[in-house]
Ligand binder design. Structure first.
Ligand SMILES: C[S@@+](CC[C@H](N)C(=O)[O-])C[C@H]1O[C@@H](n2cnc3c(N)ncnc32)[C@H](O)[C@@H]1O
Length: 470
């Protein structure tokens, strides 16, 4: 161990042991403390320079590699390491799956502390790249510079960028030339917008001074081939806005929904904004097992459509419906799971907090000629009560797919009170899921567990659990 002038410690010949939370790997310092290191793979042997010291751990970066792990692969993306998006791209996919499965196991065992069955193997994604159906990019006049650019004495000229935020840097955007997460024409659309905007002096957003014209770009694709493009402008400038949107419409006639937002607010979320249609329809259609789902600019739809289909099949399989059951689909979003299982149920009741999502759910059910699904808007802990259950019938099966925070304790109490035969718990955060499973342990036994990988090259993992009444 040697000390540097900068007071940062360098630990030599450290073996990386594990792939930890948030895509950062884990090693042990000679003093026994944990070191978190990004951009390394378990099995690498490195010298680590620390840049943060806490009571229980260090954060550091690898400054020299002595051995490369056998689990390494060459990242396909030129932006890997700077872009925060695909932190595991340097690790073999089979290893990614192993660490995801381990994370779920650890959470369920250590946080849940409940009796668990043998886990079913994690379901990997057939597509390990180009699997996302939605991407959002930011415009900025303050491009993230490489170290060479910073050191250069030459005039860097235009610093416009269209791409992703650098992690933890709200005002810096990494200019993206090729992203491997969404199918074409996603890259072509983004790159041509950037070029056209530069050639025509359309100002990129200035995040520090809050000025400029172009703010964000969203591209949604669907397995039906339909494409939605939404451009967010900071202010109305009709000639320039029309110049860009007409260019896009002409250059990419395959765009079936071209929309825009004019948002002068400090933040760039579009959820409270008026979305204006420029050309085509204000939604695109996704299809799953013959069911059609309309997706508008604000709709939530699972980001990896192909794996969503696999996830829903596992959910339906765990529910093992016979056609006679009343099923509740809690946190139903746009009612996709509800409709997906509806053919095998007597009736499905979906509950969700976002009114637009429920409007979509009803519209989609109508489009799909599904008549045995009812959808309700409201905060789950308020809506899901005695009188709601009395009105809609006591569920035989509950499917629940809460946000990352898991279920509110009142919702869990209500489930325990009515105690349906089965609960299928779909989760994107196995830590909160484990906490909730522990709370349900008095009445429910976990009988099946199957993690599903929806996001290859990242540490995220979905998990499906079947609970059966004791
Ligand atoms: C993980 S998504 C599940 C979406 C849906 N099951 C699907 O597969 O598309 C969680 C959903 O819970 C909704 N939600 C979050 N908090 C809620 C609450 N307190 N009450 C009701 N719904 C809520 C969100 O709006 C979101 O649609």
């Amino acid at each position: 161990m040697s000390r540097k002038v900068t007071n940062k410690i360098v630990f030599n010949h450290i073996k990386v042991l594990d792939a930890g939370a948030k895509g950062v790997s884990v090693a042990k310092a000679p003093d026994g403390k944990v070191i978190f290191i990004p951009n390394v793979v378990p099995g690498d042997v490195v010298d680590v320079q620390t840049f943060k010291k806490r009571k229980a751990y260090y954060e550091g970066k690898a400054v020299r590699f002595h051995e490369f792990s056998e689990h390494r692969v060459e990242p396909v993306c030129q932006h890997f390491g700077v872009c925060g998006g695909c932190k595991w791209q340097n690790m073999k996919y089979s290893q990614q799956l192993l660490y995801k499965q381990n994370e779920v196991k650890n959470h369920l065992q250590r946080i849940g502390k409940i009796e668990l069955p043998e886990f079913e193997d994690i379901l990997g994604s057939e597509e390990q790249f180009m699997y996302r159906n939605k991407m959002e990019f930011g415009f900025s006049n303050s491009r993230w510079l490489t170290e060479t650019e910073i050191e250069s004495t030459e005039d860097l000229g235009n610093r416009n960028a269209l791409g992703f935020h650098i992690p933890k840097m709200w005002d810096k955007i990494l200019d993206i030339t090729k992203c491997h997460l969404q199918q074409d024409p996603s890259n072509a659309i983004r790159n041509e917008i950037r070029d056209f905007a530069n050639e025509n002096n359309l100002e990129f957003f200035d995040p520090r001074n809050h000025e400029g014209l172009l703010r964000t770009l969203m591209i949604r694709t669907a397995s039906t081939g339909e494409i939605m493009v939404l451009i967010q402008f900071f202010k109305e400038d009709k000639p320039k806005r029309e110049l860009l949107l007409n260019f896009l419409a002409d250059r990419f006639p395959e765009i079936t929904s071209l929309q825009y937002v004019i948002n002068g607010k400090p933040n760039d979320t579009i959820y409270d904004q008026n979305v204006i249609l420029f050309k085509g329809r204000d939604y695109i259609l996704e299809e799953m097992e013959g069911l059609k789902f309309s997706i508008n600019a604000k709709s939530f739809y699972q980001t990896n459509s192909e794996q969503a289909y696999e996830l829903y099949k596992i959910t339906r399989d765990f529910a093992s419906l016979t056609g006679n059951e009343i099923v509740y689909d809690l946190y139903t979003g746009t009612g996709t799971i509800a409709q997906f299982v509806s053919r095998k149920a007597k009736k499905v009741v979906g509950v969700e907090a976002v009114p637009e999502a429920i409007a979509d759910a009803k519209e989609n059910a109508k489009r799909n000629e599904i008549t045995n699904c009812d959808f309700f808007v409201g905060d789950m802990k308020v809506v899901f009560n005695e009188s709601f259950i009395a009105q809609n019938g006591k569920p035989d099966v509950i499917i629940t797919d809460p946000p990352r925070d898991g279920m509110h304790k009142d919702v869990i109490e209500q489930i325990l009170k009515i105690a349906p035969e089965k609960v299928v718990y779909v989760s994107c955060n196995s830590a909160t899921q484990a906490r909730d499973l522990a709370l349900m342990d008095e009445k429910y036994k976990v009988t099946r567990v199957r993690p599903v990988d929806m996001f290859p090259q990242t540490h995220h993992v979905e998990n499906v659990v079947l609970l059966e009444r004791r």
